[in-house]
Design a protein around this ligand. Structure first.
Ligand SMILES: Cc1cc2nc3c(=O)[nH]c(=O)nc-3n(C[C@H](O)[C@H](O)[C@H](O)COP(=O)(O)O)c2cc1C
Length: 299
């Protein structure tokens, strides 16, 4: 009843965690059976270990949170041990990865391609291109086309491209990723923002600015999903501010085929399992199949 297909992947249901908010997945073993999720999406990994940004790295706001973790991770070599532990679960393992240059993206993709446990690669393009003066990869359609094409050359696995919303042309970026061979688009990462402590007159985050996530971003990301669904033919996976079943239904109705839950995992670590049940109950009550719902918006 909840099964969906995204590219070459079959998912038991459209629910998965958003990268960076669910650890490797193993940290959530005590809260529910990972095998029941549509997929597990792991925290972003890079070629070399990364220490991340200076603290404070998190600031809670009434309608969301700012984070400037800075993509801290153990690097691809150590990450392999984690992958081996994830083998125990009967679900899709989606590995989120990033680089600071084309070469780094390609090198990590090559390594991940060799691991059977990896079902699919999710490419985070909200990163600075160090060689090009630190401009974010994800803001230029030409750069994205070339990056996706080059990564596709070194992997047989499905490639999902996770877009940044911090651009004026998200539809062009989505189209560029599709034309270059992406299997799906994930919309979207966090919105750049900041907070100032009025007593000290200093930025609340050590890195000055960070990524804003949570309920406040949902209407904006929903709009981006709505716009992109009309322009691309590959599946769209929504990520932004999902806290309850109504949020999930809105994303499916505008045309997302699956959803990723991020910040909400911090307030309710069981939310993914709760939402699976809620969607099942909703479909039974309305006598609908999930595909009746996807893209059913009436304008
Ligand atoms: C603490 C934290 C860490 C994150 N780390 C990553 C990451 O490593 N890679 C990535 O692509 N997105 C990362 N994100 C973005 C989330 O995956 C998600 O796309 C975003 O937070 C929007 O969804 P939400 O409002 O449900 O949290 C991170 C978000 C948070 C809050």
């Amino acid at each position: 009843m909840l099964e969906i297909k995204i590219g070459n992947l079959f998912l038991k249901n459209p629910f998965m965690p958003a990268s960076g908010t669910f650890g490797s997945g193993l940290e959530y073993e005590d809260f529910g059976d990972l095998s029941e999720l549509g997929a597990v999406v792991t925290k972003g990994v890079s070629l070399k270990p990364k220490v991340g940004n200076k603290p404070p790295r998190i600031y809670e706001l009434p309608s969301g949170m700012l984070n400037s973790i800075g993509l801290e991770n153990v690097g691809i070599d150590k990450f392999t041990d984690i992958l081996n532990q994830l083998k125990a679960y009967k679900t899709n393992i989606v590995v989120n990865f990033f680089g600071n240059s084309f070469e780094e993206y390609i090198e990590v993709s090559k390594i991940l391609d060799e691991h059977n446990v990896v079902s699919c690669l999710e490419m985070n393009i909200s990163c600075p291109n160090i060689k090009e003066g630190g401009i974010c990869f994800g803001t230029d359609p030409h750069v994205i086309y070339s990056l996706v094409r080059n990564v596709k050359k070194v992997t047989k696995k499905d490639l999902w491209v996770k877009l940044t919303p911090n651009t004026g042309n998200i539809v062009s970026i989505a189209k560029a990723a599709e034309n270059a061979g992406a299997s799906a688009i994930v919309i979207a990462n966090t919105y750049t923002g900041m907070k100032v402590d009025i007593e000290t007159q200093k930025p609340a985050l050590g890195n000055i600015f960070g990524g804003y996530s949570g309920p406040a971003i949902k209407p904006i990301t929903l709009y981006h999903v709505f716009c992109c669904v009309r322009e691309v033919n590959i599946p769209i996976i929504a990520s932004g501010g999902i806290f309850n079943i109504e949020d999930v239904l809105e994303y499916l109705i505008v045309g997302a085929k699956a959803v990723q839950v991020g910040t909400a995992n911090f307030t309710n670590p069981c939310i993914l399992w709760d939402l699976i049940k809620d969607l099942k109950d909703y479909l039974i009550k309305k006598n609908l199949n999930i595909y009746d719902l996807i893209g059913s918006i009436k304008l």
